[in-house]
Write a protein that binds this ligand. Structure first.
Ligand SMILES: Cc1cc2nc3c(=O)[nH]c(=O)nc-3n(C[C@H](O)[C@H](O)[C@H](O)COP(=O)(O)OP(=O)(O)OC[C@H]3O[C@@H](n4cnc5c(N)ncnc54)[C@H](O)[C@@H]3O)c2cc1C
Length: 467
């Protein structure tokens, strides 16, 4: 069967992407090499923004039905214990002004069921072996218990985690490093904590230790950080080698808790790293979620960022695929938001730039520069800024790409890129660089760092200068 989109990986990113693309009229296939749906959850927290972006897909009630939206946490510091509620984040402008504690497995279950309800089943036990951009289509090679299959599709999206096969097939590089810390996960029954108590957080000698009442094979989920043992067994970011019970006892006692392990259901060491793909797309091959970026789970962001990537990318690919196949899209409506001027706080001009002010109006409408799409209920959703590209000598240049290239220079700690008006080119790229500790701002460094974006590939722009 052919498809507009082949989604590789049925983690939270792949499932959300498939749902969003299908919602916008794309024919979607989702392949997942794990034969079973269940795996121990890693993520436990959903952010308000993630619920917001999922709302048009009709899954938020089911998610909230499985979530604790008023989580209580006992913070332990030595003998001091503080009982706190994370219910109210005091965010006035969201329908979900709370943290939601929910297992990743529950998120995946809700998304899988929503897909099934739309007639899309995850093809489990099916592995992507290779993917190729063939110019006017993409080709993917799959393997399952039914044998090998080659499929033709418009796009392939790798939502296949940190060791992404799609990223490798696209020849997309990766920049990152392992963390000095690793995570220990375990599901256990413990004595010494009163029944019905909320999450427990301990600042221990070796790191942080949390007990969440969210175990999947026992009452509690233990999550602890500790110095990495150094050698990585198994995939980064994925539950790996078992942690002996004696080590778990040590972690609990180092954290200063009286909790005793009564039954250990399972445990795993999770090696961690941070990193980012050098680009998120090559031709018809894309990467999203952990395949595109990894960071410490301490930020509680990986699943949230993956879902937000997916919802953003999903409608765009559906739109692009339907255009290339010349088929109508279902209820799709996106473009620059234009407003009728006349509201009391309407701005009256750009300082010293009347021409720019006038250029912001067309046929009596004010063009906001915000790209939005409208959902089935008539709500408008922010997609991006129309002007987040630099137009230079006829080329459209993404500041992000230039920033990513410059960040590869060891002397560059942080960088921000803008377009500087230029009478000939329209704009030239200007980078503001903060140097790494110990690096000196020499003319030689300026020359070499400015040449990086140009040498990286022929399509990259010339950097005008670094400040
Ligand atoms: C200890 C820990 C705690 C965390 N807590 C949080 C948290 O509270 N909040 C949060 O937002 N994030 C958290 N994260 C991060 C979160 O778990 C990940 O960011 C998230 O799982 C990424 O989702 P994904 O769909 O991109 O990738 P994954 O969940 O890794 O899914 C990728 C899928 O692709 C499949 N696959 C891989 N290769 C192939 C192939 N060749 N063919 C077919 N299928 C393939 C895999 O089997 C897998 O199912 C935590 C992570 C860890 C380690």
């Amino acid at each position: 069967m052919t498809a507009d989109l082949l989604v590789v990986g049925a983690g939270p990113t792949g499932l959300s992407l498939a749902l969003q693309a299908h919602h916008h009229g794309a024919r979607v296939r989702v392949v997942e090499r794990r034969p079973e749906m269940f795996r121990p959850s890693r993520a436990l927290i959903l952010h308000p923004r993630t619920l917001e972006v999922l709302r048009p897909l009709g899954v938020t009630n089911a998610l909230l039905g499985r979530a604790d939206t008023a989580p209580r946490v006992n913070l332990h510091l030595g003998t001091h214990v503080m009982d706190t509620t994370l219910a109210d984040l005091a965010l006035p402008d969201t329908a979900f002004p709370h943290l939601s504690l929910i297992r990743q497995t529950d998120v995946e279950t809700v998304l899988t069921r929503a897909l099934e309800g739309r007639g899309v089943s995850v093809e489990r036990g099916t592995e992507l072996l290779a993917a190729e951009d063939q110019g006017n289509h993409a080709r993917a090679f799959l393997r399952s218990s039914h044998g090998a299959e080659t499929i033709r599709c418009t796009f392939v999206v790798g939502c296949d985690g940190p060791d992404s096969a799609v990223r490798d097939c696209a020849g997309i590089g990766w920049r990152g490093r392992p963390y000095a810390e690793e995570v220990v996960l375990a599901d256990l029954d413990v004595g010494g904590i009163p029944p019905g108590a909320g999450a427990q957080a301990f600042a221990g000698r070796q790191g942080l230790l949390f007990l969440f009442p969210l175990g999947e094979q026992a009452t509690w989920r233990l999550l602890a950080t500790r110095a990495s043992a150094g050698h990585t067994v198994g995939s980064v970011g994925q539950p790996g080698a078992v942690v002996p019970e004696a080590e778990l006892h040590r972690l609990l006692s180092d954290a200063g808790t009286n909790a005793r392990i009564e039954r250990l259901a399972w445990s795993a060491r999770v090696p961690l790293r941070c990193g980012i793909a050098r680009r998120f797309r090559r031709g018809r091959l894309f990467v999203a979620g952990d395949a595109a970026h990894n960071y410490s789970p301490a930020t509680g962001q990986g699943m949230n960022a993956g879902i937000q990537d997916a919802v953003n990318l999903g409608w765009k690919l559906a739109f692009a695929a339907s255009n290339s196949a010349n088929r109508p899209t279902s209820g799709f409506d996106a473009g620059e938001l234009a407003l009728r001027p006349g509201w009391p706080s309407m701005f009256r001009g750009y300082l010293h730039d009347d021409e720019r002010y006038e250029a912001a109006f067309a046929d009596g409408w004010y063009l906001t520069g915000e790209v939005v799409r409208r959902d089935a209920d008539g709500w408008y959703w922010f997609v991006g800024r129309a002007d987040d590209v630099i137009k230079s000598a006829g080329h459209l240049i993404g500041p992000f790409e230039v920033e990513s290239a410059l960040l590869e220079h060891p002397a560059v700690a942080e960088v921000g890129v803008i377009g500087r008006p230029d009478p000939v080119a329209g704009n030239v790229v200007k980078a503001f660089v903060s140097l790494a500790h110990g690096a000196e701002p020499t003319p030689e460094l300026n020359r070499t760092s400015c040449s990086i974006p140009t040498t990286r590939s022929a399509e990259r722009p010339r950097a005008d200068g670094c400040s």
